[in-house]
Design a protein around this ligand. Structure first.
Ligand code: UDX
Length: 440
């Protein structure tokens, strides 16, 4: 493999580690920097610190081309392109916290020979401010669109790669575009501010789509329709598209909640009230809580009732619980006096800290034992394979709330359980499945 341009990566979290490992896989020597010495040590030993399908193998396979360090100087010595992948968590106001980005910029060499390639999600205008503050810095905005759980696939097969550069930094944005050329996705060359907005707007739009279908689901419940059928019919219109039309108990994760708030706040800082996003956020928060109403309809007061949460991570194939619906659900249930038991196949280590008072179980069966109701919170495949007759026997009550419309309602109800989906009633859901199978 021809020697490829060496690359520096700062911040070895989700985006940083996947970026580093994928570029190494493409033949680049990557110098990955993190301030967390324990994380660097683990990575040097070939032990990724996050659960991401395929990442362990990718890091192992490319160990020779991956150099992990706590010293940013080493990366700057070795590479002219430095990818900034540090966290930009929300502050209490909803603004993005740029302190970690600033720490990288402060160490950067504005010598014209290096370029800072921003992959962290930052408010529009950040690039312009950094270029103003650091003389001679070459700056490229190259936002990331990878999803947790399919990050490597998303990196290696991008729909598009956005490369934002301003006049004067041509060499840098050309070099970044060249890095991604082998991946074959469309390269969107644009200015820095527009590139920054592509990222925020894309995430905000996807979150809006989810809140929209969740509201449709709520109306479906009132009019006796099935949201999964509605989404099927809508999604065939290519102007709408079928992805991200899965109704459920709200979006979570490290990106959507934070980016929607950051964009709303960014607009607010300019004096513009972003009404749509205000509603998207409110709908999402209410959607996480609607399940409580369903439980009360069936069980009455929840005090002393045992409720099992099936899945704790914000989505399958990750151990990430940031802004997960399980957090709000558990707290609401405890607020109602319920006894909460939870099980997740992967999200264990973090659950104990994040879910005080919740009985963390080693299996779904353990969580379901004696439960008056169960809520499917994360659509892990193993939950679709549960022995429902056995579940009915183990539970103290028959109610299964399918918070992701993931289960087959007929299998659940055939076992004598009561199935409640989101925007789909048991009867309607059963009929809809049959219709879909008949190819209706
Ligand atoms: C998201 C974006 O998809 C990705 O492009 C960006 O780079 C980072 O943020 P991620 O947070 O990993 O990725 O998860 P994603 O798969 O987008 O799901 C986000 C949340 O939306 C999850 O809680 C998921 O359960 C929920 N969701 C997703 C729905 O409720 N319905 C859907 O149809 C899709």
């Amino acid at each position: 493999m021809a020697e490829r341009e060496p690359i520096g990566v700062v911040g070895v979290g989700w985006v940083g580690l996947v970026t580093a490992a994928c570029f190494a896989e493409l033949g680049h020597r990557v110098h990955a920097v993190d301030i967390d010495a324990a994380k660097v040590e683990a990575l040097r030993a070939g032990r990724p610190t996050i659960h991401e399908p395929g990442l362990d193998d990718l890091v192992e396979r490319n160990r020779e081309r991956l150099a992990f360090t706590t010293e940013i100087g080493e990366a700057l010595d070795a590479a002219r392109l430095l990818f900034c992948c540090v966290d930009t968590p929300p502050t209490h106001s909803g603004d993005a916290d740029l302190s970690r980005v600033r720490a990288v910029v402060d160490r950067f060499r504005g010598d014209g020979g290096h370029a800072l390639v921003m992959k962290s999600t930052v408010p529009a205008g950040t690039g312009a401010a950094i270029r103003r503050d650091v003389e001679g810095i070459a700056y490229v905005s190259c936002p990331e669109f990878l999803k947790e759980g399919s990050a490597i696939e998303d990196f290696m097969h991008p729909d598009r790669v956005v490369v934002g550069g301003d006049p004067g930094d041509g060499w840098a944005s050309d070099a970044v575009a060249e890095l991604y050329a082998p991946l074959g996705g469309e390269i969107v060359r644009t200015d820095v501010a527009s590139a920054e907005m592509v990222k925020l707007a894309s995430n905000a739009f996807l979150a809006t789509k989810i809140s929209f279908i969740n509201e449709i689901a709520n109306v479906c419940e009132e009019v006796g329709a099935d949201v999964t059928e509605v989404a099927r019919g809508m999604g065939l219109d290519e102007r709408i598209g079928s992805s991200f039309l899965r109704a459920g108990i709200g979006y979570g994760g490290s990106c959507f909640p934070k980016d929607v708030s950051a964009l709303k706040q960014l607009a607010g800082n300019t004096g513009y009230h972003f009404q749509l996003l205000t509603a998207v956020i409110e709908v999402n928060e209410l959607q996480k809580r609607r399940v409580i109403g369903k439980l009360k309809e069936h069980l009455g007061p929840l005090a002393g009732k045992r409720v099992a949460l099936l899945g704790l991570a914000f989505k399958p194939d990750t151990d990430d619980m940031r802004e997960a619906s399980s957090l709000v659900l558990a707290a609401r249930l405890q607020g109602e006096g319920a006894i909460v038991a939870g099980y997740d196949p992967v999200a264990r280590g973090r659950a104990a800290d994040l879910l005080p008072g919740v009985e963390l179980c080693g299996s779904a069966a353990e969580a379901l034992e004696g439960a008056h109701a169960a809520i499917l919170v994360t659509e892990w495949p193993e939950f679709a394979e549960l022995d429902w007759a056995g579940v009915r026997e183990a539970m103290a009550g028959p109610l299964i709330v399918d918070g992701r419309n993931f289960l087959d309602p007929r299998k659940v109800s055939a076992a004598g359980l009561v199935y409640e989906g989101i925007g789909r009633s048991e009867a309607r859901a059963g009929a809809a499945v049959e219709a879909a199978q008949r190819g209706g």
